[in-house]
Design a protein around this ligand. Structure first.
Ligand SMILES: Nc1[nH]c(=O)nc2c1ncn2[C@H]1C[C@H](O)[C@@H](COP(=O)(O)OP(=O)(O)OP(=O)(O)O)O1
Length: 179
């Protein structure tokens, strides 16, 4: 854990097209990560599980309603100075509604393959976990940062059961109001 001792929780949510050949990303229009392409997402509200947070944030930022989605992996980001981030990443395989640009995000479909992703305009560590995301291999990724620089990383492919245990721990913290 970084020296600040604070952990911040966020969701990141990535819709896939029905044949799995495309992914929907958003270009952040304001605030944290402005100008970068990423999944949709944000902070959980009081009393909300991560799954509910993922569903709500996707709706607020892209206009669509996820009807089938699951956790695909978790990003544990430790910063040597600032707060740490614990970020579950969700894969949406079915949704209803129309995709819309919002105040927060400009949405765009990209091919679901490594050479189609705009890595040069994504978070620095994106290229380290997206291969797992694209291969639908659950993962637990740990990164040590110094500001924006990745000092070290460890991306492990894990079973769904292990990922579920990580998610249960996070939901327990959120529901206990300890986040
Ligand atoms: N290093 C990182 N790598 C990554 O892949 N996603 C990151 C990241 N750091 C932050 N994010 C994501 C998590 C979340 O989806 C988004 C930041 O969320 P927002 O600023 O949209 O939060 P909120 O919508 O809760 O905030 P407000 O609406 O400003 O209250 O950026």
């Amino acid at each position: 854990m970084g020296t600040s001792g604070k952990i911040k929780y966020f969701s990141v949510v990535v819709p896939f097209s029905s044949d799995g050949s495309q992914i929907l990303l958003g270009r952040k229009k304001r605030g944290m990560g402005e100008g970068l392409w990423n999944g949709f997402g944000g902070k959980p509200e009081k009393g909300e599980t991560m799954g509910r947070c993922a569903h709500r944030e996707l709706q607020e930022e892209s206009g669509i309603d996820a009807t089938e989605y699951e956790c695909a992996g978790i990003l544990y980001m430790d910063d040597t100075a600032g707060p740490d981030y614990h970020i579950p990443v969700y894969r949406v395989t079915k949704y209803t509604g129309e995709i819309a640009e919002t105040e927060e995000m400009e949405p765009q479909w990209f091919g679901a393959s490594e050479d189609c992703l705009p890595y040069d305009k994504m978070y620095a560590e994106a290229k380290l976990w997206w291969p797992n995301m694209l291969a639908n291999t659950p993962f637990v990724a740990k990164f040590l940062f110094e500001g924006e620089r990745v000092l070290s990383h460890d991306v492990q492919s894990v079973g769904r059961e292990v990922l579920g245990e990580h998610m249960d721990r996070i939901d327990e913290i959120l529901l206990a109001g300890k986040a």
